[in-house]
Design a protein around this ligand. Structure first.
Ligand code: ADP
Ligand code: MG
Length: 727
């Protein structure tokens, strides 16, 4: 083992778990202590201001500008009392991270002194220097300024000594430059459309809330090891590395005991999450070695998205304290499970009903079926768009890699629910009205608790799991908002169409129940191609999906086109979520990001191949040649030569791999040059996908062969067995 690698590996062994300060408080004592939540609003705001703010949060009342100063003052007082010295508007630009610009709570008083201030004006709106955030051409063509504006529906919080105020981020001309602005619009659209449909079943419903419960998968790697792997450090994934003799074959990691060092990390992470009001609940091992998962209890979607962005940031900080680095990349290791972020999604009313859960009565079940079938219709109509919403350079390594959902959107319902829908589709007298208050559904019994009765299918990208759907194709590194914008907008559109059709039937004389069932039947038939309960990993499914007309495109830059399809543009525009201009700008960013990611990987791999791999292989080759010559000197040409036959073959094989690596690295550089000359972002991304990305795999295959031939002592980079098993 090379000296560097020896030092790195031995340093990692036997590292002690970091002591987490003993925390004798119960979770309920620390929950939300760093959040300006209702309790604190109540304490720090005047009564009338508190009431107005709660009305904005709960009932979408317009924000009354006159309360801003008072809210800012209360917020600041709370923050300063808790050690804050700075404040920032916290927002989600179109990178996969968050952004913040910290300002101190002080202003010159004009008399040589400083005063602590935080005005309503500063709370409500700011102008961050936006020039360094991706904008897809919107800002440069119009006006350089971007605005961040307060989102009162997500509470302000403390991170260290900074008060963070969640905001949207928009251009001077009003176009969204972030994820939050369109998310809030999509949530409003689905609220309105779902409330209208709910009122067929319950006149008291005034609001429908979207819920999101995410499950975050991640890998932990020893920090020292990571620093000795430039590819992991710079690209988030290993661009080379032969399979470890043992990886996940034994499945002994899943739900296995958590190593002490990791347990200490998880404990601290959970404490930090609870302080920020993130209801962290379960931490456990995942299928791959060193892979873990964190899943808090579900929350209202906008808040859940913010909390997921926060947790990804906290994870990175806490991991460093414990001598780890977190890998959120979707596919850090070849041949080992990748990481996703399951998005458990459901809708619920302000009267406390979960719309995708069955109930006690047949009326409840008709409501349940209404929402399930509309979901199926929405994701069928926009299956290509939904795939685009979760697609990225990194996630495309995971999708279809026979361990994650394939790059085809389909939905699993389980045998029970499937048989109910099949029955409704083919039976004429589904509804029997017994009396004004009671109806009887002529369908198989639906158990009130489906959660315990749904079979599981891990291969499905969009599975029904008892009282919700689980969108499993979302990438571990992604901002959940992207998937939630597409899904909720598609659902809103479908519910609007559904209601129009039901109303038309009622107007022409049908009873409400008959009208509902007739339109439900139509959409059961319509959405049939999206239903698939079989093995999503199989080749037969890909062929079958193609026959059914589902979107089977796997090239990320082409999948992005789905955002600009006529029916996508119309949907986003009709529902006021995004304009065509915004969609186009966003796609420019997606293509540009794709190109940059592959470009960086190509550069890093080229450097490593020439600076680490080729010299190491050549050194080993020289030592073999030395041995061959010495054998011949001592034993004579004939005998020495025949004894050295295997070494001679190895020398030749190394020479072949080295020369292939050199040739391919040169070719990759040439292909990059050709791609770089393309001006249009889309075409450039396609060229990177089609011509550069395949070279990464081809070069890697030679490197991985060399890794198992070359003397272990000479190899400079930590190997998979070291990266994956030392904690
Ligand atoms: P799994 O079997 O997928 O691991 P869990 O019980 O761990 O399921 O739940 C996964 C996530 O789903 C959790 O975040 C949980 O809060 C969330 N969840 C449960 N019910 C709902 C719901 N109705 N809507 C949205 N998320 C939900
Ligand atoms: Mg899950």
């Amino acid at each position: 083992m090379s000296k560097l690698r020896f030092d790195v590996v031995t340093a990692a062994f036997g590292k002690k778990a970091v002591e987490v300060p003993v925390n004798d408080k119960r979770p309920s004592d620390i929950f939300g202590i760093n959040v300006f939540n209702r309790q604190k609003m109540f304490k720090y705001l005047p009564g009338d201001v508190y009431a107005k703010l709660v009305d904005v949060i709960d009932n979408d009342a317009p924000l009354d500008g006159s309360i801003a100063d008072s809210v800012a003052e209360g917020m600041k007082r709370w923050a300063v009392e808790n050690g804050a010295t700075h404040y920032t508007h916290w927002f989600h630009p179109l990178t996969e991270t968050t952004a913040e610009k910290h300002d101190a709570f002080v202003e010159h008083d004009g008399k040589g002194g400083l005063i602590e201030t935080f005005s309503g004006k500063l709370l409500v709106q700011q102008e961050p220097d936006a020039s360094s955030f991706p904008n897809g051409g919107i800002r440069s063509t119009f006006e350089a300024r971007g605005y961040s504006a307060w989102d009162p529906t997500s509470p302000a919080f403390l991170m260290g000594n900074t008060l963070c105020v969640p905001t949207i981020f928009i251009a001077y001309t009003g176009e969204a430059l972030d994820y939050k602005a369109p998310l809030l619009k999509a949530l409003r659209a689905v609220d309105k459309a779902a409330t209208d449909v709910c009122r067929y079943f319950d006149k008291n419903v005034k609001k429908v809330v979207t819920y999101l419960g995410w499950e975050q998968e991640y890998f932990l790697v020893d920090e020292g090891m990571l620093l000795a792997r430039p590819d992991l450090l710079l690209t988030g994934r290993t661009l080379m590395g032969h399979d470890s003799a043992k990886n996940q074959q034994l499945e002994d990691h899943y739900f296995g005991s958590i190593p002490e060092r990791v347990a200490a990390f998880m404990k601290e992470l959970e404490i930090e999450a609870l302080k920020l009001g993130i209801p962290a609940k379960t931490c456990h091992n995942e299928a791959a070695p060193n892979q873990f998962e964190l899943a808090p209890i579900y929350e209202e979607c906008n808040l859940a998205v913010d909390h997921n962005m926060l947790i990804m940031a906290i994870m990175k900080d806490v991991a460093r304290k414990h001598g780890f680095r977190v890998l959120l990349h979707e596919k850090p290791f070849k041949g080992v499970n990748g990481s996703g972020k399951h998005n458990n999604w459901s809708l619920g009313t302000d009267t406390g009903t979960l719309l995708m859960a069955p109930g006690k009565s047949d009326k409840d079940n008709l409501r349940f079926i209404t929402f399930v079938v509309n979901t199926l219709a929405a994701i069928y109509r926009h299956n290509g768009l939904l795939k685009a919403s979760i697609m990225s350079a990194a996630n495309s390594h995971r999708l279809g890699a026979a361990e994650a959902p394939p790059a085809i959107i389909s939905s699993f319902l389980g045998s029970h629910l499937s048989s109910v829908l099949d029955h409704m589709e083919t039976t004429d007298d589904v509804v029997k009205i017994l009396s004004k208050r009671e109806l009887r559904l002529n369908i198989p019994q639906i158990p009130e608790l489906m959660i315990d009765n749904t079979d599981r299918n891990r291969t499905s990208p969009f599975a029904f799991t008892g009282n919700r759907f689980e969108f499993r194709a979302v990438g571990s590194e992604a901002n959940c908002a992207s998937a939630m914008i597409a899904l909720n907008t598609a659902m809103a559109e479908q519910l609007v169409i559904f209601k129009k059709e039901v109303d038309a039937l009622i107007e022409s004389g049908a009873t409400k129940e008959d009208a509902l069932v007739a339109v439900i039947r139509k959409y059961i038939k319509y959405s049939k191609p999206i239903r698939f309960d079989g093995n999503g990993y199989s080749e037969e499914w890909r062929q079958e999906a193609e026959r059914r007309g589902l979107d089977c495109e796997a090239s990320a830059p082409i999948v992005f086109d789905r955002y600009l399809d006529e029916d996508s543009v119309k949907m986003f525009d009709d529902l006021d979520v995004m304009t065509e201009k915004e969609l186009k700008a966003r796609n420019e960013i997606k293509w540009e990001m794709y190109t940059k990611k592959v470009q960086i990987e190509a550069r890093v791999l080229g450097d490593l191949a020439i600076n680490h791999i080729v010299p190491t292989a050549t050194k080993y080759q020289s030592s073999l040649l030395d041995n061959i010559i010495k054998m011949e000197q001592v034993l004579g040409r004939e005998e020495g030569h025949s004894i050295s036959a295997e070494n001679i073959a190895t020398v030749k094989e190394i020479a072949m791999h080295v020369s292939e690596i050199r040739r391919m690295v040169d070719e990759m550089v040439e292909r990059r040059k050709v791609a770089n000359r393309i001006v249009e972002e889309r075409e450039k991304a396609v060229a990177y996908h089609d011509t550069v990305a395949p070279m990464l795999e081809a070069i890697r295959s030679h490197i991985d062969k060399l890794e198992i031939m070359v003397d272990n002592e000479l190899w400079t980079l930590p190997k998979y067995r070291e990266l994956l098993f030392i904690v």
